[in-house]
Design a protein around this ligand. Sequence first.
Ligand code: FE2
Length: 361
Amino acid sequence: MTYKPERQVVLVVDDAPENIDVLAGILSSNYRVKVALNGKKALEIASSDDAPHIILLDIMMPGMDGIDVCKRLKENPDTKGIPVVFVTAKGEMSDETQGFAVGAVDYITKPVNPQLVSARVKTHLALYYQNKHLEEVVAARTSELNSAFNKLKAASIDTILRLSRAADYKDDDTGVHVIRMSNYAAAVATQLGHDKTFIENLLWAAPMHDIGKIGIPDRILLKPGKLDKEEWEFMQRHSEMGSNILMGSDSEIIQLAEVVALTHHEKWDGSGYPRGLKGEDIPISGRITAIADVFDALTTKRPYKEPFSIEKSFAIIKEGKGKHFDPNVVDAFFAAEENILKIKKRYQDGSIIPMSPLAPN
Ligand SMILES: [Fe+2]
């Protein structure tokens, strides 16, 4: 409802028709006047499609009195914003006090003074609807700001994904591995009951888990056969290289990505790398991305292997419960099996992945 200075609707509620006539006579030249002879009718009109912009409400009425009507108006989300002015017979001061307590904006005493009625109605309409207009302006500005913030966030996530894709480009030029793996990680985190912020941060942090591979020479990274001891030791350095690349950021996502890069090859039983962390010493983001990364590696083609079947891959994950993987994370992974398989289907190898986080899935 925007502010309109003319032809606003005033609802006059009074059980005495002569009082209504007086008020209608004062107001009808500037406003559309609706009338109600009792509280029930007043509530009906107030919540109708053609609701009044202000209500002049008698207090002493048979049946539902004005105080009760006002209370009910203020309890109903559809009508609580309509300003209510009590019109009371002189000497009902305690009623007036009670009237303010139930949410009226003003009161006028009977017999009414026409100029006063016109002035008060005009003032309250202007105040209320100008405030409302201001609220609308603020809401619109807030929404513009949110939208600008979301665009900025989307741009930064877009950069993250492209950077991750760059690191992975030599063995996966579609970027599909990082997208699939980070979606698996988010599905497991959701199953574990993590909050929305953590899940979203993990979704955007996980793609950077192997960013340190940028520092691994091609002869090792792309070697079709098994790596020798020295090559393997060098390969393992991608965890620390990744964490060094991401270190010291103010961004929560990059901070999480740093942890993920450093810890996604740690194993629950302490046999992982680079630090040989054990059990819950491994940050949960590392424990989750470990399973997501391994499952994706098992089910996809690599230079040194054909993809394993889902069944075989699931069996390997189960076998790793309590050894390679956190048992709770394994349970969450299988509890989220349906989602995991949906993600695998959606982001198949060779699919063109929309890089922008704003692109529809
Ligand atoms: Fe890795």
